[in-house]
Ligand binder design. Structure first.
Ligand code: CP
Ligand code: NVA
Length: 305
């Protein structure tokens, strides 16, 4: 089987995502019915974390165990990576001992250097630039609630960060329109996002205009991991980019609200929105488990159905 990595959203075709979602639905149904499904017996996942995590660690670790395999947690603090061992040397060693690797790190370049040397599939568990596993879970969640996302409008309000960049890549693949509104100085970086036509991407100076008529409104923290030094400045710059009840009223009548979590109520989202009836954030978090199980199955076994 050809070695495949999952380093960013554009790694897979639309047809491959459709397959992944079909597998996700089936794998989720087994889980809900307490049915054992162990296709990955004797397979080991190494999870390398250079940043903190709740959902990503839990969903990959629990997911691998539920598929019959084992997962090992490694952090910068406890490995020689933290003492300057080259990432290529780490990749040589890790990929001779396990079957699949998930990495959460800083620059995308670190992940790519690891993958270039790795003998086994490597998954992006978040970098400064991208968080593709999040957006697989998000689009699967949208589909569960509202059907296909093709032709819909998604509004991204706030920072043009790793999650936003992955939504940008998803828009062309799933053929939906992404409205992005960021404060001045925080616009989407063209080289990260790639070139997009007006059908898939539009920028709005006013977040209310971005939300207008949207089928999904989504946001994320104003300060991502690794950017903590800018926190005070960002709090000032982003103060008008909060998703609140007025903004949700500007969206479509059936609009959903998503947030990858962790969230800061009173900053990027008001409590009444994230805890309100349009919010699907808990389904979104849960679906990280089911979609990533399908992803690991696909990368290790290829198409099984
Ligand atoms: N959404 C997400 O990736 O959460 P964690 O940082 O908790 O993994
Ligand atoms: N943009 C956030 C996502 C956390 C899951 C960060 O990078 O910190």
């Amino acid at each position: 089987m050809k070695l495949r990595h999952y380093l960013q959203f554009s790694e897979f075709s639309r047809a491959e995502y459709e397959y992944l979602f079909e597998r996700t639905r089936w794998i989720k149904a087994q889980f809900k019915q307490y049915k054992r499904y162990h296709p990955l017996v004797d397979r080991t996942l190494a999870m390398i974390f250079e940043k903190q995590s709740t959902r990503t660690r839990l969903s990959f670790e629990a997911g691998m165990q539920q598929l019959g395999g084992a997962a090992i947690f490694l952090s910068t603090r406890d490995t020689q990576l933290g003492r300057g061992e080259p990432v290529e040397d780490m990749a040589q060693v890790v990929s001779r001992m396990v079957d699949i690797v998930m990495i959460r790190t800083f620059e995308q370049d670190i992940l790519e250097r690891f993958a270039n040397v790795s003998r086994v599939p490597v998954i992006n568990g978040l970098t400064n630039e991208y968080h593709p596993c999040q957006v697989i879970g998000d689009i699967f969640t949208f589909t569960e609630h509202r059907g296909p996302i093709t032709g819909k409008t998604v509004a991204w309000i706030g920072d043009s960060n790793n999650v936003c960049n992955s939504w940008m890549k998803a828009a062309a693949i799933f053929d939906f329109t992404l409205h992005v509104s960021t404060p001045p100085g925080y616009e989407v970086e063209a080289e990260r996002a790639g070139a997009y036509d007006a059908r898939h991407y539009r920028h709005f100076a006013d977040p209310m205009d971005a939300a207008h008529g949207a089928d999904l409104v989504t946001t994320d923290v104003w300060t991502s991991m690794g950017f903590e030094a800018e926190d005070a400045e960002r709090k000032r710059d982003f103060s008008d980019w909060q998703v609140d009840a007025d903004m949700m009223k500007r969206a479509g009548p059936d609009a959903l609200f998503m947030h990858c979590l962790p969230a800061h109520r009173g900053e990027e989202v008001s409590a009444d929105v994230i805890d309100g009836p349009q919010s699907v954030v808990w389904d979104e978090a849960e679906n990280r488990l089911h979609t990533q199980k399908a992803l690991m199955e696909f990368l290790l076994l290829g198409k099984v159905a």
